[in-house]
Design a protein around this ligand. Structure first.
Ligand SMILES: [Fe+2]
Ligand SMILES: [Fe+2]
Length: 234
């Protein structure tokens, strides 16, 4: 059966459902308030380089929208929220990491788990080797689903972790803005849906790869910091 361009968005929504990270064991625990402060702290630290590098990836996608002023402005809106001081996401992330006991130097020197390296470098090369439509689709499925899972109950963050709302704003803000960030990719993608079935399938394949990389990262965090396995041969 042929895959018409207009079905691509429906298929991307199906992929978001298939890789719904709220069903990932790490996020099931987190959403139920059962992630310890130490486990949460390890997860945050492992996100450091991806958090730093992500806005640069977004800027590269933007640069591909040479004559599409409207599309560029949508992604610029996303980029400004990620990168514009003083409430840029890296500063908010650092505030949270510091409250959990990390210094910036410690984050820079942290040994990344293999899955964090694979996810970060895989995501960069996936985006680097993809067409504009493919990049927008990857952005839509990965950022657009963040608010579905990325949360820990307030009582846990404040009561058990001892964090203030200002300190965990990095978590709150992603539940607020990433639905819109995802929509901005989706609206822009609608103008670039490819003409052939083969290209449409490639858009879906790349989007699924992006989702698999996200899942890989959480698999690694779960294995290392919750199951306590992962170093060397077992
Ligand atoms: Fe962000
Ligand atoms: Fe975002």
């Amino acid at each position: 059966m042929g895959l018409a361009a207009e079905r691509v968005i429906d298929e991307l929504d199906r992929l978001i459902e298939k890789y719904d990270l709220s069903r990932h064991p790490l996020w099931v625990l987190a959403n139920q308030g059962k992630l310890t402060k130490e486990q949460f702290s390890h997860y945050i630290a492992q996100r450091w380089w991806f958090t730093v590098e992500f806005p640069a990836v977004l800027a590269e996608i933007m640069a591909k929208l040479r004559r599409d002023l409207q599309g560029r402005r949508r992604l610029l809106h996303n980029l400004m929220e990620e990168d514009l001081e003083p409430r840029d996401h890296i500063s908010l992330y650092l505030r949270l990491a510091r409250a959990l006991g990390w210094t910036e130097d410690a984050l820079r020197e942290l040994e990344e788990i293999p899955e964090a390296v694979a996810q970060r470098t895989g995501f960069l090369s996936l985006m680097g080797g993809s067409s504009l439509a493919e990049c927008l689709a990857i952005g839509y499925v990965t950022e657009g689903q963040t608010p579905k899972y990325h949360w820990i109950p307030k009582e846990v963050m404040e009561g058990e972790y001892g964090l203030t709302p200002e300190e965990y704003e990095w978590m709150t803000i992603h539940c607020e803005v990433d639905t819109e960030h995802g929509e901005n990719y989706k609206r822009t993608l609608q103008a670039y849906l490819p003409a052939t079935e083969r290209e449409c399938r490639e858009v879906l394949r790349k989007a699924e790869e992006g989702l698999k990389l996200m899942q890989l990262f959480y698999d690694g965090c779960y294995r290392y910091f919750i199951l306590g396995r992962g170093r060397g041969i077992e």
